[in-house]
Write a protein that binds this ligand. Sequence first.
Ligand code: AGP
Length: 616
Amino acid sequence: MCGIVAALTASGNVVPDVISGLKTLEYRGYDSAGISVMTDSGLQVRRKMGKIANLEAELLSNGLPNSVQAVAHTRWATHGVPADRNAHPHTDDTGEVVLVHNGIIENYAELRTWLRGHGHHFQSETDTEVFVNLIAYHLRKLGDLHAAVRAALEQAHGAYGIVCMAATHPGILVVARMDSPLVVGVSENGTYAASDMPALLHLTRDFVILENGESAVLTASGCQLYDAKGSAIERPTQRCDWTPEQAEKGGYPHFMLKEIEEQPDVLARTAFDRFHDSNGDVDFEPEFGLDDAELRYFSRLRFMAMGTSLHSAILGQQMLAKLARLPGETLNASEFLYSPELEEGDALTVIISQSGETADSLRAMREVQRRGGRVLGICNVMGSTLAREADHLILTHCGPEVGVASTKAFFGQLTALYLLAIRIGRARRVLAPSQGRELLNDLRALRPKLDVLFGKESREAVRVAADYLAGVKSCLFLGRGMNFPIALEGALKLKEISYIHAEGYPAGEMKHGPIALIDENFPVIAIATPGRTYDKMISNMEEVRARKGKVIAVAVNGDSKLAAQADFVLPVPEVPELLSPLVNIIPLQQLSYEVALRLGCDIDQPRNLAKSVTVE
Ligand code: AGP
């Protein structure tokens, strides 16, 4: 997953704005970065391995002329190791054409052989360098940059979001997309392109979203869109309501900490203007597109997602079963392709994705649609591929989530799923208005209870547990029922930002094998809040301690019975069992953050990861 930013104005110097925009995308990939500018004497390129700060240092020592036209890129390596020579922007072998690319060209090897046969040569191992030479090949034949890009796209197969410019075409940027996101920003000061809207919020909040197969020609005064067949089309701009501040850290040391602490506000943003206490009903925006009769048509649900979103999918299945009496299944989206093709019939598939660009989840969505099924997307990014291609949509309105480890988006997904369960339960008449009202009141009452999780006592408890956990090599997260997915999510948070090995397990499974791991160096994090699973969780904790294992317990504040069975307690407020996942995940997010801090890990940009995985 890479980050692209490009700008074109009639006057001034766009380099500072492009670099500033690129920094907001660094979470998408940070193996190397580069920038190219159009000058009177042709194109100039600067590229540097490592983070954008390394490129900035390079620009300080080996300056770049001011320019009204620039393209920049921050890379997450797919082909070719992280190195200066593999960094974008790539030029063709004459230096006349420059390209930045996000995605994978699957047939790049045969194209490279074909181009070598036409006299081209290559410096890097990347598919992108092949791509830019293919464009240069067609440019020399056709003389028009947009036509050359489209001709090259006819030959290249794979996923791409690209911005291209050529020394022979000053004042023009050509962009195109297939499966990798690309947005065009427009303003009276200039025209811009980026992989993601936050990169351009300091320049504009008006965007044209490209669909798959589309391209556009950008000039300083605007952009002309072309459809998949190359015909000129018009599309109104969309206004993004995120402010630049929302895309910034707001004074926090890390985006992840800011986003953990935003979660009480996310509850309000995702939920509070979508329900009506009076009749216990939930109303989603028009893009939801399902009325009561249609909701009653579906007799089963299928949930699919990846990573953290898969964990909210498991919880969604439980919420819909309990409140809407709808049977369901949850699948890892990447596995769906290998599942036997059965009748979609009266199933509704729910695809959950923060970014709306996860290739595995998009592939699953398209496969469901190919099989004749209907897809409801639950997503955080307006204009993302999932948001545009799903048959029905619920946006979570969490605001931009920049930290690679997902936190507030998970919280927003759980909130949206809880509302969806009420909506469908009321439509299917298995929830009376009074029950709907009670469930919505429980949600509204959650907001003040969350504040205690950010208070002095809770933070101190997390710090004490993190001091201990930072010294272990491996651990188990255990939960039951609605807190089994929270065990999975807590384990994912810890492993992905602190690199400590952690596994989430249904607590009932521990005695069937994992208990062999328990000793004084192998702790367990147990989620043991009131409900049907409480007593058995206490038994699990006793089993761990009987084998000298340490226990960190997520427990209701003041639960002395449970505290007697734990070495460390992360206190949470008591809430209805159905809402306990939204509460219990927060101390586990805080714990993983504090442990990673102690280990000096790169919290917002963990090694080997990217915010949105747009390759399968
Ligand atoms: C979550 O902390 C991880 N960064 C990752 O598992 C993520 O949830 C997964 O890649 C799915 O992303 P999505 O929600 O944007 O589809």
